[in-house]
Design a protein around this ligand. Structure first.
Ligand code: GLU
Length: 431
């Protein structure tokens, strides 16, 4: 975004979040935005805290007969705008603090794209790469039983996140339904299509990232054809964003996963890399490209950088070395508050997570609506609705940024937090 549009960049006044957690970043964003929109201090105070945080221990019999106990949690941040909504993450680094930040971002995200949900997130601290399918199924079912009292179609609706997928959602749906005595497909989204999942849900987050990147490219007066894209993370989000960009004529010059990255200046075929990763477990052994680290990928010469891995990837130490013109955040929280300021000074056009990756929860919403109405919409209809929703949301944020003379993240937070604040104010604080 140009200096003109970003003149009053509020992160200039940000307190340092170096070395701090995702929750520190989320709270700092809330503090800055609250000040900017003159949020009622009582509502600000409320929004600093999650409405409910449930921590559970999940004992599982491993395949070798041993019992291992995993930490799991579900955080429901704010439900003023509707049922709680948000994914479930399986990752060794899951902590309650991290999940709380992610739940808060879900609250803002649902408000930015204006879908009638509050924000939540769940997580289990485990390493799914070291677990068998049977162990993952037992973990998922046991975790679901621990959530039975707090989840439900009108209460809290989980979905996939890092290292969880449609199969995990199927187990959650089945476990919940077994306890209710009838099938309840609307209790979870991101299910397999055969069980009531929506067409287009699996690729929706990546498609949304692509749409936002494309809109940013247009705003900078660039042409989509031949645009050079580097993607950090080749999971569901990174892979689909890369694939759709490639199909549209972009040049994918680098991708990576947790083991490292590959760089190919002349461009690579993401379909071939995907097949390779499926067979060999990683992109790093793909032939014909130069091997790079995840850190090096972020600093590559390119037009669009898509961080689609984990939090805090672009921080104070490396933000100055980012060469991309556009950053489209596929991951949640990949940029720290200080890095935001540095990117601004470099005039990088950053499309924030709560807008760029909102395509996933948007199609989750469409899935839920279909389930509640016992309908199944064709792919074209889902994609058309998603396209309209993402373009409208992008424009809303862009126009807010212009009007407020702020960056895109500040604008998105202002819109999201503003809407949540208004909902709380209108409801009143009971009793
Ligand atoms: N985990 C995704 C996200 O962070 C999707 C959430 C959902 O569909 O509820 O937005």
């Amino acid at each position: 975004m140009t200096k003109r549009v970003q003149k009053k960049f509020s992160y200039l006044n940000a307190k340092s979040t170096v070395g701090k957690s995702a929750l520190d970043v989320a709270l700092e964003q809330l503090r800055i935005t609250a000040k900017k929109i003159n949020l009622d201090p009582d509502i600000h105070e409320m929004l600093k805290h999650a409405k409910r945080s449930l921590v559970v221990s999940i004992p599982i019999k491993l395949d070798n007969g041993e019992v291992k106990v995993f930490m799991g949690c579900r955080v429901q941040h704010n439900g003023a705008r509707g049922p709680f909504k948000g994914g479930i993450r399986y990752h060794p680094d899951v902590t309650l603090d991290e999940v709380t930040a992610l739940a808060m971002w879900m609250t803002w995200k649902c408000a930015v794209v204006n879908i009638p949900y509050g924000g939540a997130k769940g997580g289990v601290s485990c390493n799914p790469k070291e677990m068998s399918r049977a162990e993952l199924e037992r973990l998922t079912r046991r975790y679901t039983t621990a959530l039975l009292d707090v989840m439900g179609p009108l209460q809290d609706v989980p979905a996939p996140d890092v290292y969880t997928d449609a199969q995990v959602m199927a187990w959650i749906m089945d476990t919940y339904s077994q306890f209710k005595g009838h099938k309840v497909p609307e209790c979870v989204t991101g299910k397999p299509i055969i069980l009531g999942g929506s067409e287009g849900r699996a690729e929706a987050t990546g498609r949304g990232v692509f749409i936002c990147g494309r809109e940013a490219i247009k705003r900078l007066g660039m042409k989509i054809k031949g645009v050079e894209v580097a993607v950090q993370g080749f999971g569901n989000v990174g892979w689909n964003a890369a694939r759709i960009a490639y199909d549209t004529g972009c040049k994918i010059i680098a991708v990576s996963d947790s083991r490292g990255g590959i760089h190919c200046k002349k461009g690579l075929n993401p379909y071939k890399v995907y097949e390779h990763k499926k067979k060999n477990g990683s992109v790093v052994t793909y032939k014909g490209c130069e091997n790079i680290t995840n850190e090096e990928l972020l600093e590559l010469e390119c037009d669009v950088l898509v961080p689609a891995a984990l939090e805090n990837q672009i921080a104070k130490a490396n933000a100055g070395n980012i060469k991309a013109k556009i950053v489209a955040e596929g991951a949640n929280g990949p940029t720290t508050t200080e890095a935001d300021r540095i990117l601004y000074e470099k005039e990088v056009f950053s499309v924030p997570d709560i807008l760029a990756n909102a395509g996933g929860v948007t199609v989750s919403y469409y899935e839920w609506v279909q389930n509640l109405n016992r309908e199944h919409w064709p792919l074209e209809e889902v994609n058309r609705k998603l396209e309209n929703k993402m373009v409208k949301s992008f424009n809303d944020v862009y126009e807010t940024a212009k009007k407020e003379q702020s960056d895109m993240r500040t604008a998105a937070l202002m819109l999201g937090i503003g809407r949540v604040g208004k909902a709380i104010k209108t409801l009143g604080i009971w009793p």
